[in-house]
Ligand binder design. Structure first.
Ligand code: PEP
Length: 250
């Protein structure tokens, strides 16, 4: 179901105490509203504690930042989708550009992660071009290939569970945000590709988030675009006043 969502990806930041304090601050300064779903993606080891803290708030949910592509086994240091679900987390970010570049995750591995996660968790699947692809004007081809290679094998029923995050790599953590015109153009392209593959109903119902230096100053303009359903927020999710102001930007 298409929803307005603000998801905060803490990456490798916050001790448990700092994370719990940040959640307290967000809760005390954001009104209970079912209109916007707020998702917090802390490091794995904080998932259970933060899911427990948010369990009474239906407008909040918890996500992992990654999961392994296999069910279980001898994979030291890895975490499975089933383990994540057992903490109370309901979402998982898959295909973040930092995983693609630092951990060498390919569309093939990412498609396996989606397959293993989809029964237990809602994937927030990240796609987006790098600066060279944008400058060469091949960004739409890149995005089409990411969709096709990692997601378009899914049945319509399973694809209907996916949230997409369009995150141009050149905008992540750089302070350079896509203009609302650029972001809306790509979101519309993504929706059109989904329409071609799965039809109008599924494309109209897919939640597509924007990520990449989204902040309290630019969120309102981005979120007012017709195909942008909210944001996946990195740096600005680490401070309560910033993330609450982004949440209030709808
Ligand atoms: C991200 O890492 O998904 C992200 C959008 O980061 P930032 O908001 O810091 O650009």
């Amino acid at each position: 179901m298409r929803r307005k969502i603000v998801a905060g990806n803490w990456k490798m930041n916050k001790t448990l105490d700092q994370g719990l304090q940040l959640v307290d601050e967000i809760l005390s300064s954001s009104e209970t509203s079912s209109q916007v779903l707020k998702i917090i993606a802390p490091p794995y080891i904080h998932l259970a504690a933060i899911a427990e803290k948010l369990s009474s708030r239906e407008d909040f949910a918890v996500a992992a930042q990654n999961c392994h592509h296999l069910k279980s086994g001898a994979f030291t240091g890895e975490v499975s989708a089933e383990m994540i679900a057992s903490t109370g987390a309901k979402y998982v970010i898959i295909g973040h550009s930092e995983r693609r570049s630092f951990a060498g995750e390919t569309n093939d591995i990412l498609s396996q992660k989606v397959n293993i996660a989809i029964d237990k968790l809602t994937p927030i699947f990240c796609i987006g071009e790098n600066v060279d692809q944008r400058n060469a004007n091949t960004h739409l081809e890149t995005i089409r290939a990411q969709l096709k290679d990692a997601l378009f094998h899914l049945t319509a029923a399973d694809f209907g569970k996916i949230i997409i995050a369009y995150e141009p790599v050149w905008a992540i953590g750089t302070g350079v945000t896509a203009t609302s015109h650029q972001a809306q153009g790509v979101h519309n392209f993504i929706r059109t590709e989904i329409n071609k593959k799965y039809g109008k109903e599924i494309s109209e119902n897919t939640t597509i988030l924007y990520g990449g230096s989204c902040n309290a100053q630019n969120a309102q303009e981005l979120f007012s675009c017709i195909d942008i359903d909210g944001g996946l927020i990195g740096g600005a999710s680490l401070k309560a006043t910033d993330i609450v102001s982004i949440i209030n930007s709808f």
